[in-house]
Design a protein around this ligand. Structure first.
Ligand code: F6P
Length: 329
């Protein structure tokens, strides 16, 4: 296939996610296959503003599939949102002779790419965030690894909670969404799961499940709180007050963003990186690569940004069934 672009840039922006390096590798290798030169832009859109770039050849990305973090660094650029920042970025694109840019990140990254497209730069986005909160795609790079990291940590916590007969309140990331919390809660067999998409009735959703579990003979409890719900310390205080249980809070935090990507993240990232370059090579722009019904497809970025993603209602029902909310004793 003859490529319609000769030189492209690749950047990672927003919160890093395991698998971003695998996506960068796939972009570089696909470029190599098509005879396109690939330039790595460091530190997200700040790299475009400051001309912070590096040539990426085939062997520069060897072994990148299994590395966490992002070799290109990441940032949330406020300057890029200003007219001056945009002009500097456009100037860098011109100086570097970039025909297109692949941006890996979340909604903020896609908005930045869309703005570049409006100024005539060909762009394609790849969803990379542990939050899985990109509406156009059923899956975002990093989600699986983050879920597994959280589950591994919570399993360890369960051991010590069991020994001391305590209640553990674990806050997981997810920004304003509860996908990560719900998935992790299901995987850990949590006593209660609080997510921002569902209004919380504290007595019914937290205290009653703990009491029911206690009546069945359970001696330790695991409550998962999505960060978007609010303070996990307040949740713990309320539990302590209502049940007198020795309740401890663990905020998993950024540990969820680190580590070697899972096989799923490596493969998804590789496929998405490949698809992104193929789209640019075909002369397409202002697109985002998505996973939909297990197929890799692409959407117009603006259209994608207007989409809404709700919580997986089936998973929510299953979770509530597991904690006995549909069949109270
Ligand atoms: O979007 C990924 C994410 O880890 C969210 O889950 C979290 O709310 C946010 O980034 C944290 O951002 P920062 O690393 O800037 O504190």
């Amino acid at each position: 296939m003859e490529s319609l672009v000769r030189r492209i840039g690749v950047l990672t922006s927003g919160g890093d996610a395991p698998g971003m390096n695998a996506a960068i590798r796939a972009v570089v290798r696909t470029c190599n296959h098509l005879g396109i030169e690939c330039i790595g832009i460091r530190r997200g859109f700040n790299g475009l503003i400051n001309g912070d770039d590096m040539l990426l050849n085939y062997s520069d990305v060897s072994g990148a599939t299994r590395q966490g973090g992002t070799m290109l660094y990441s940032a949330r650029s406020k300057e890029f949102m200003t007219e001056e920042g945009m002009n500097k970025a456009l100037n860098t694109c011109k100086l570097l002779g970039l025909d297109g840019i692949v941006g890996i990140g979340g909604d903020g990254t896609f908005r930045g790419l869309h703005d570049l497209a409006a100024h005539g730069i060909a762009v394609v986005g790849i969803p990379g965030t542990i939050d899985n909160d990109i509406a156009c795609s059923s899956y975002t790079i990093g989600y699986d690894t983050a879920c597994n990291t959280a589950v591994e940590c919570i399993d360890k916590l369960q051991d010590t909670m069991q020994s001391h007969e305590r209640c553990s309140v674990v806050e997981v990331m997810g920004h304003r969404a509860g996908h990560l919390a719900l998935y992790v809660g299901l995987a850990c067999g949590a006593t209660a799961v609080l997510i921002p998409e569902k209004p919380v009735n504290f007595e019914e959703d937290v205290i009653e499940p703990i009491r029911r579990a206690r009546l069945r003979g359970r001696t330790h409890y695991m409550v998962i709180v999505a960060e978007g719900v609010g303070s996990s310390y307040e949740v713990a205080d309320k539990i302590k007050e209502a049940t007198a249980l020795d309740t401890r809070v663990t905020v998993l935090g950024h540990i969820q963003r680190g580590g070697a990507p899972s096989a799923r993240d490596r493969v998804t990232a590789t496929h998405m990186g490949y698809s992104a370059v193929m789209l640019l090579a075909q002369g397409k722009t202002d697109r985002v690569v998505c996973l939909h019904d297990d197929q890799y497809v692409d959407y117009d970025i603006n259209e994608a940004l207007g989409m809404k993603k709700g919580i997986d209602e089936d998973k929510y029902t299953v979770m509530r069934t597991m904690i006995g909310q549909h069949n109270k004793i």
